[in-house]
Design a protein around this ligand. Structure first.
Ligand code: SF4
Length: 351
C-alpha cells in the first residue's frame, strides 16, 4: 500500500516534524512514529500508515454511536483503522486501537462509499478507534460521501486540535464526543495517558462554532470515575457552552482489557448521575449500555410525554409530529435530519 502524506504537520529542524492533528502535537524524529503509532516521519515528511487501510467495517444503527437526536433510525457504515492517541486501560476495542503492527485491508474511499450505498446506509461513521488519527482517510471518504448525499459522523475522544476540527468540519455532520470519568484530569492522566483534558473542551467549542451536531457521552467508571460532583460540573459546562438541548449520555462501564477486575457500574449510580445531570439543567439526558431502562427513551422536557421510546439500539415507538414537535404540548424536540424507517435493527460486520 503506498504511503499517503499526512495533513496538518510542520517541518522542523533536523528532519523532525510536528504533527498538529491531535492535541498531543507530537514532535517526531526521522524514522519514528507519533504516539498514535500510525503516523510516521520518513526523511522529514510525515505519512499516514493507515490511509485506505481499514481494520474494521460494519453496518450499525446510528443509535449505537450513540446519536439520539440525529437522523433517528438511520443505518451507518462504520469504519476504523488501527491506532489511537489514548491508552485507555478499559478500551473495549483495544485489539485494534493498541495494535503496534498496523493491520488492515485495502478499502479505498470510493469503495467505502459504494459499500455504504449498496447496504442502504444513510451515512458513514468514523468510529471504533479514534478517527482523528486517520483524518486523511476520513476526510477523503467524507468528501465523497457528501457528493452522493450521505452524512458523516465522528465518534471521538475529542482530543483534536482546532485546526483538525476546521479541516473536517465542512464534511462532518455530527460528532459523538466521549468523555470518561466526568472529565477528571487525574483519571485521564493515570488511566488513559492523556496529559490534559482542556483541548477536548476547546475542540467542542470549535465543533459547535462550525455547526456540527454534537452529542456527549460520559463513561461512569465505578469508584475511580463516578464522582457526582464531576458529573454536575460537566453537565453545567455542556449547558453553558453547548446548550441545554445537547444530548448527554451517561454510559455504563463494563470491565475490559487491563481493567477486567473492576465491576460494572451499578444502575443506582447511573440513576443518581442521571438526576444530577437533569437537575443541572440539561433537557435530554440518557443512560447507555442498560437495555430496557426508561432513560434510554426521549421525553418532552415541557410535559414529560414519552416522545421516542427505545430498547437498546431500536426505536420501538415514535410519538412526534411530522415536524418534530411533542404531540401533547407542541414543544419542538430538537432532532436533526429525519426519521429513517426500514433499516436493519442489528449491527453486522463486513470484516
Ligand atoms: S495524531 Fe498521532 S502523531 Fe499526530 S499529534 Fe496525535 S498522537 Fe501525535
Amino acid at each position: 500500500m503506498p504511503l499517503h502524506e499526512a495533513m496538518l504537520y510542520e517541518k522542523q529542524k533536523d528532519n523532525k516534524v510536528k504533527c498538529n492533528l491531535c492535541a498531543r502535537r507530537c514532535l517526531i524524529s526521522d524514522g519514528a512514529t507519533g504516539f498514535c503509532m500510525v503516523r510516521k516521519n520518513e526523511g522529514g515528511t510525515l505519512y499516514s500508515l493507515v490511509y485506505a487501510k481499514a481494520v474494521s467495517a460494519g453496518v450499525d444503527p446510528i443509535s449505537k454511536k450513540p446519536l439520539s437526536h440525529f437522523n433517528p433510525g438511520a443505518q451507518v457504515m462504520s469504519i476504523a483503522t488501527a491506532g489511537c492517541n489514548f491508552r485507555c486501560q478499559f478500551c473495549d476495542n483495544w485489539m485494534i486501537s493498541q495494535d503496534r503492527e498496523v493491520p488492515g485491508r485495502l478499502f479505498p474511499p470510493a469503495e467505502v462509499v459504494k459499500a455504504a450505498e449498496a447496504r442502504k446506509c444513510q451515512g458513514i461513521s468514523y468510529t471504533y478507534t479514534e478517527p482523528t488519527i486517520f483524518m486523511e482517510y476520513a476526510y477523503d471518504i467524507a468528501k465523497l460521501a457528501h457528493q452522493v448525499g450521505l452524512f458523516n459522523t465522528f465518534v471521538t475522544n475529542g482530543y483534536m486540535t482546532p485546526e483538525a476540527v476546521k479541516t473536517i468540519a465542512p464534511y462532518l455532520d455530527a460528532a459523538t464526543v466521549d468523555f470518561k470519568a466526568g472529565g477528571d484530569p487525574d483519571f485521564y492522566k493515570s488511566v488513559s495517558a492523556v496529559p490534559s483534558v482542556e483541548p477536548i473542551y476547546e475542540a467542542l467549542k470549535e465543533l459547535k462554532l462550525n455547526g456540527v451536531h454534537i452529542e456527549i457521552t460520559n463513561l461512569v467508571v465505578p469508584k475511580i470515575g463516578d464522582s457526582m460532583d464531576r458529573i454536575k460540573k460537566m453537565a453545567t459546562w455542556i449547558k453553558d457552552y453547548l446548550g441545554k438541548d445537547t444530548p448527554f449520555h451517561l454510559l455504563r462501564f463494563h470491565p475490559d482489557y487491563k481493567m477486567t477486575t473492576a465491576s460494572a457500574t451499578s444502575i443506582e449510580i447511573l440513576e443518581r448521575a442521571y438526576m444530577i445531570a437533569k437537575n443541572a439543567g440539561l433537557n435530554y439526558v440518557y443512560l447507555g449500555n442498560v437495555g430496557g431502562h426508561p432513560a434510554e427513551s426521549t421525553y418532552c422536557p415541557n410535559c414529560n410525554e414519552l416522545v421516542i421510546k427505545r430498547y437498546n439500539f431500536e426505536i420501538t415507538k415514535w410519538n412526534l409530529t411530522k415536524d418534530m414537535h411533542c404531540p401533547v404540548c407542541g414543544r419542538e424536540i430538537p432532532i436533526k435530519g429525519k426519521l429513517h424507517t426500514g433499516g436493519g435493527a442489528f449491527p453486522y460486520a463486513l470484516f
